[in-house]
Design a binder for this molecule. Structure first.
Ligand code: SAM
Length: 182
């Protein structure tokens, strides 16, 4: 969810040819380039195990209800970030409905008080607090561990947005929320 330009989903699908990867984003334009690449012949970068589609968290789970074994939200922004960071329990519930019962979930996000001051103000984002996030996710029905992650781990994420954040030189706190949907 929030797959952006689809690079992360594409690389995941290329690395795991036996797994079907579904990349969803509220903005279909973001997905056009990678969708085109994935539709080419395998010799030109085409992949038969990648599906990209337009779906917002707010409209989820829609037609993909209950399909996923594993759900990822990697470095969201905008309303998706807000839903993950506050968090917003009803929207987390909608996210979980994309998966099978007890599906795995992985969410990574981060922001910095100075670097992202405008976004923090606009979305009403709280200070990042690992314990408060764990409690809120558990109360929302998730069985998760939450840890702060170093920027070096963000650099390893195969997406342009991750590289942009990780190499910006700006101070940001990143967290990983990982576990399963109960
Ligand atoms: C920073 S971008 C890309 C993140 C991507 N995972 C990456 O690493 O390249 C965040 C994406 O979240 C999408 N997004 C924002 N709000 C959303 C929502 N409510 N539901 C689904 N996608 C959303 C945006 O359209 C955007 O493509």
């Amino acid at each position: 969810m929030g797959t952006g330009d689809g690079t992360y989903a594409y690389r995941l699908a290329r690395s795991w040819p036996d797994i079907l990867v579904i990349g969803l984003d509220s903005n279909a334009e973001n997905l056009q380039e990678i969708s085109h690449k994935a539709s080419l012949k395998p010799s030109k970068g085409g992949l038969s195990n990648l599906i990209l589609g337009q779906l917002s968290l707010e409209q989820s789970p829609g037609e993909v209800a209950g399909l996923a074994d594993s759900i990822s939200v990697i470095l969201p922004w905008g309303s998706l970030l807000k839903a993950m960071a506050l968090p917003e329990p009803e929207l987390l519930h909608q996210l979980a409905q994309l998966g099978k019962p007890s599906s795995e979930i992985k969410i990574i996000f981060g922001y910095g008080l100075e670097a992202d001051a405008a976004e923090i103000k606009a979305l009403g984002l709280p200070d990042i607090d690992v314990n408060a996030l764990r409690k809120a996710y558990c109360a929302a029905g998730f069985d998760v561990r939450v840890r702060e992650i170093p920027v070096e781990e963000i650099r390893e994420i195969p997406s342009k947005w991750a590289k942009k954040l990780a190499f910006s030189g700006k101070n940001r706190t990143f967290v990983e929320i990982k576990g399963c949907c109960r």
